[in-house]
Design a protein around this ligand. Structure first.
Ligand code: PRP
Length: 221
């Protein structure tokens, strides 16, 4: 198979990526070498015509937007925060979590001054507080967001909550959940036109996997 005929797929490295790869495998796009514990980042299967590569989860949308990957998997949080110019093809239902405002137990908001909120997701947070008509002083951090209210850097945080364990271990509680999140299959716009047959075939097969998993196992994947 010539290199240009492959469909290049950006998968998020880590636990979510393994779940998502299992869905591609069930859909008929196996590439067993990918599960070998190696440090290699690219894997291809001549038989099915796909080439996978592991990327940092928050980078998947960039690879797809710029065409380095034809399709990929990115969290809805990343799509809403960075608004990459890509097609969102399918909700894979994996990696379910919520975007939430969290703060110290017993936190009382003082409406006479702007609320100081630390977050990695400044666009999502700013749209959320604007929709509530709440003045906010957003503090952009890149990680360990939970530290901010503990050290007095912020009053609250806006962050992803999955199990709630990170909040609990840092003495914080959810004040409001406002956005359900899950992993989405996305496509580069030009690839969707030029490799349309193959991408639509993958999309249809994944759609079946998602729906089979939904019906056999409630709604959770
Ligand atoms: C996310 C989020 C929380 C944690 C929530 O971090 O920022 O810290 O997961 O999960 P939990 O509710 O199951 O405890 P992530 O692991 O994505 O890493 P990062 O924020 O350090 O990049």
């Amino acid at each position: 198979m010539k290199s240009g005929e492959f469909v290049n797929i950006a998968l998020p490295k880590g636990r979510l990526g393994e779940k998502v790869y299992a869905m591609f495998e069930k859909a008929g796009y196996a590439c067993p070498a990918i599960l070998e514990n190696s440090r290699r980042l690219t894997f291809e299967s001549g038989e099915t015509g796909v080439r996978y590569f592991w990327v940092k989860p928050s980078d998947a949308a960039i690879y797809v937007e710029r065409g380095a990957a034809d399709i990929g998997v990115a969290g809805k949080d990343i799509l809403l925060e960075y608004k990459p110019d890509v097609y969102e093809l399918l909700d894979l239902g994996a990696g379910k979590c919520r975007m939430a405002v969290a703060g110290p137990k017993g936190f009382k908001d003082d409406p006479t001054r702007p609320l100081r909120a630390a977050t990695k997701f400044t666009r999502i947070a700013s749209e959320y507080f604007a929709s509530r008509g709440r003045d906010v002083d957003l503090i952009h951090l890149n990680g360990s967001i939970e530290l901010a209210p503990i050290l007095g850097l912020s009053d609250v945080i806006v962050d992803i909550v999955e199990t709630g364990k990170t909040l609990k271990e840092n003495g914080l509680v959810v004040l409001e959940e406002f956005l359900p999140i899950s992993a989405r299959l996305i496509s580069n716009k030009a690839s969707y036109a030029f490799k349309s047959v193959k991408i639509k075939e993958i999309l249809a097969a994944l759609y079946n996997v998602v729906n089979t998993e939904k019906t056999s196992d409630g709604t959770k994947i």
